[in-house]
Design a protein around this ligand. Structure first.
Ligand code: NDP
Length: 390
């Protein structure tokens, strides 16, 4: 995995008064202003040196950005979300482990995986990016909770410019790589869906779920959207319907005889061939029963933390196929050109108003606010996605 902390001050062998390559906190280099290995940009980052509860392990760190070299770029972060996976990563419960880099006596990783940055300087040999370009991270694991970074242009991927680019918000761009891309791939890669076909999904009010609803609508697909019951369920039903949901049901309704009959009447003989599961547990098993013969059931999350049990009948008599999907793995296995083409499609939908920005709330770039925000990182409907604006 790419080194997370390329933008910390790396003290190289050419510097006469330091022996080895390591990261130096700003406080230790305050007397080095103007020295060739550092720029005059002071950056800050939320870092951690141990896994654990975010508010207990995250700490604020300031440092000088290394000087630009002919082969590197400097970027300034504009906005970075706090996603559930970021929290899992800090807890040490995510399959991708960050690389902890030396920082003084400590070893730290920068939090965050997704974000939008602007290129503010490029070295003379860099041809793939230019000043002013907007970029996202080339792969998962590049810490995005920081104000600036310096690194190889290959650490970043250019976002395409589409017609009416000015209609796309900063928030939409900062959250493009995880949720909209996950929704896009799951709708495209498992079943050759035709206009009018049904897709059934749970956690339909999640950021991924909302992207599924909107992309499906833009592609003339119909959706059955499962959410957990709540006090303001009618408000939630309405908000998802406004986004383009064909039907909204609660997980309790999935298993009840009378509502079951009604749900089945919606698609009559044309049962959904694609199911998207973000939750697991009993309700996810119930949802799988709605799939038609030879359907595909894609699990991409496990929000209930309950295992997914699969009735043998679905495998034996209906030939339902069960898959997992992970957008990080997809990006790893596909070329930057394929990813760029997907970004173009998604940005087009955004610029046409067919894929709106997620419900979100601002997180101020301050140590205590950040710690609290990351602790609450799994937010859901109501509070909206937390996004740091730098
Ligand atoms: P959001 O914060 O936008 O939404 C969280 C969703 O989870 C809400 O719908 C919420 O519903 C639901 N939820 C929370 N707790 C539970 C629970 N105990 N039981 C059932 N539902 C629950 O999250 P994202 O859309 O950003 O991510 C959703 C999930 O998808 C996460 O697990 C994330 O890691 C995963 N994901 C996976 C990807 C992949 O490539 N595999 C890519 C992107 C996301 P409610 O309103 O009822 O609380």
């Amino acid at each position: 995995m790419r080194l997370l902390l390329q933008s910390f001050i790396r003290v190289g062998r050419k510097e006469p008064f330091r022996k080895s390559s390591h990261w130096v906190p700003c406080s230790q280099v305050s007397g080095m202003r103007g020295y060739a290995s550092e720029s005059d940009i002071t950056a800050s980052a939320m870092v951690y040196s141990n896994y654990g509860q975010p508010s207990q392990v995250l700490k604020w760190h300031s440092y000088r950005l290394p000087a630009l070299t002919p082969d590197t770029v400097h970027v300034k972060f504009l906005a970075s979300p706090i996603n559930p996976a970021d929290v899992n990563m800090i807890q040490g419960a995510y399959p991708i482990k960050p690389t902890f880099q030396e920082l003084g006596d400590d070893k730290v990783a920068v939090g965050g995986n997704e974000g939008l940055a602007e290129v503010i300087a490029v070295g003379e040999n860099v041809k793939t990016l230019k000043k002013g370009d907007q970029v996202v991270m080339a792969s998962t694991g590049y810490g995005t909770w920081r104000t600036h970074a310096a690194g190889s242009p290959n650490d970043f991927q250019l976002l395409p410019k589409v017609n009416d680019d000015n209609k796309i918000s900063l928030i939409q761009k900062a959250t493009i790589t995880v949720n909209p891309c996950t929704a896009y791939r799951m709708l495209k890669d498992f079943v050759d869906l035709k206009p009018g076909d049904y897709v059934i999904q749970n956690a339909a009010n999640s950021a991924v779920g909302q992207a599924v609803i909107q992309i499906a609508k833009a592609w003339n697909l119909r959706t059955i959207n499962v959410v957990r019951n709540r006090l303001n369920i009618d408000e939630l039903r309405q908000s998802l319907t406004d986004l383009g949901a064909t039907h909204v049901v609660t997980d309790e309704e999935l298993g009840k005889a009378e509502s079951k009959k009604q749900i089945k009447s919606w698609f009559a003989e044309k049962s959904p061939l694609l199911g998207l599961n973000c939750v697991g547990g009993k309700a996810a098993t119930e949802m799988a029963r709605y799939l038609g013969n030879h359907g595909h059931y894609v699990t991409y999350g496990a929000m209930s933390r309950q295992p997914l049990s699969l009735p043998a009948s679905l495998l034996i008599f209906k030939d339902v196929h069960f898959h997992g999907f992970w957008v990080s793995k997809w990006a790893e296995k596909h070329t930057p050109e394929e990813r760029y083409a997907m970004f173009e499609d998604i940005l087009e939908l955004m610029s046409q108003g067919k894929l709106q920005e997620p419900k979100w709330r601002k997180v101020n770039w301050e140590e205590e606010t950040m710690k609290q925000a990351v602790d609450q990182g799994i937010s859901g409907f109501g509070s909206g996605k937390q996004i740091i604006l730098f």
